[in-house]
Write a protein that binds this ligand. Structure first.
Ligand code: HPA
Length: 269
């Protein structure tokens, strides 16, 4: 699938040198409106590309500019709970790599595991815990992309984290920082699970991002990860989490997230 997809994308988008790719999480599609000269390819038209099945995820690969910075944007992501094989997510990242991308910005909606990260909080991901039981690198290792046993010490590139913190401070946007726990989903957690995740040192929980980051680190991309806290995880408050609440709160906080990501792209060489 990979080479055919790369060829199709190269033929159908006016690519020059897109160094940054952005993955938009649930309800965070608003970033697309900040791009100019936008060209869109539907996932369904890209040979071998899987389809997204979740509401709030559009299913388009966008190409355009943020000021003079060329970007690719995955508007709609693939989740393991949709039944995609983990290696599909590695393929998507490898396609970005083949297109010349050097830096991946991943965004998501996540549930809070702590009282002081209220819904609406933006959280910079410092590190993650892969609790999904799955891994995009399972299978024969493709040495062209990376080594068999990649280190994850600095998966979320420290320099990029420093940079976005400075931008947030300049913009007066409060940016929390924490550890993201990935579960497979698709059910929301039980209160008992939420208590365990907090004890294990996680600050937020979600059903995405980690496979993309593992594949990206493996093939040498720099990574910036941002979560929008859309709800308290189960048991922290009396109301149960819902996808509707997730989408509503994601939209509310999305403007701040979009502002940060936009400045980050503009100010990064
Ligand atoms: N749990 C898991 N994933 C999520 C949540 C949650 O509470 N909110 C948004 N994505």
């Amino acid at each position: 699938m990979l080479q055919k997809a790369v060829e199709y994308i190269k033929r159908n988008l006016p690519l020059h040198n897109p160094e940054t790719a952005v993955v938009l999480g649930s309800g965070l599609g608003g970033f697309a409106a900040e791009m100019s000269d936008v060209r869109a390819l539907n996932y369904k038209d890209i040979p071998g590309f899987p389809q997204t099945t979740v509401s709030g995820h559009k299913g388009q690969l966008l190409h355009g500019y943020v000021q003079n910075k060329e970007v690719l944007c995955l508007n709609g992501r693939f989740h393991l709970y949709e039944g995609h094989k983990p290696s599909v997510i590695a393929d998507i990242i490898h396609i970005l790599k083949e297109l010349g991308v050097k830096r991946l910005i991943v965004t998501n909606a996540a549930g809070s595991l702590r009282k002081d990260f209220a819904p609406g909080t933006l959280m910079l991901i410092r590190d993650h815990i892969n609790f999904s039981g799955q891994n995009p690198l399972v299978g024969a290792n493709d040495e062209r992309y990376g080594v068999r046993f990649p280190a994850m010490n600095a998966a979320y590139t420290p320099e990029l984290r420093q940079k976005i913190k400075e931008i947030a401070a300049k913009q007066g946007v409060t940016l929390a920082e924490g550890t993201y726990m990935m579960v497979l989903g698709p059910n929301f957690e039980t209160p008992a699970e939420v208590r365990v995740f907090a004890m294990l040192g996680a600050d937020a929980v979600g059903m995405s991002t980690v496979p993309e980051v593992i594949a990206a680190v493996h093939c040498g991309l720099e990574v910036l990860g941002l979560s929008v806290i859309t709800n308290y995880a189960a048991g922290l408050v009396d109301i149960p989490p819902s996808h509707r609440e997730t989408l509503e709160n994601a939209e509310k906080a999305a403007a701040y997230l979009t502002g940060l990501v936009k400045s980050f792209i503009i100010e990064t060489e």
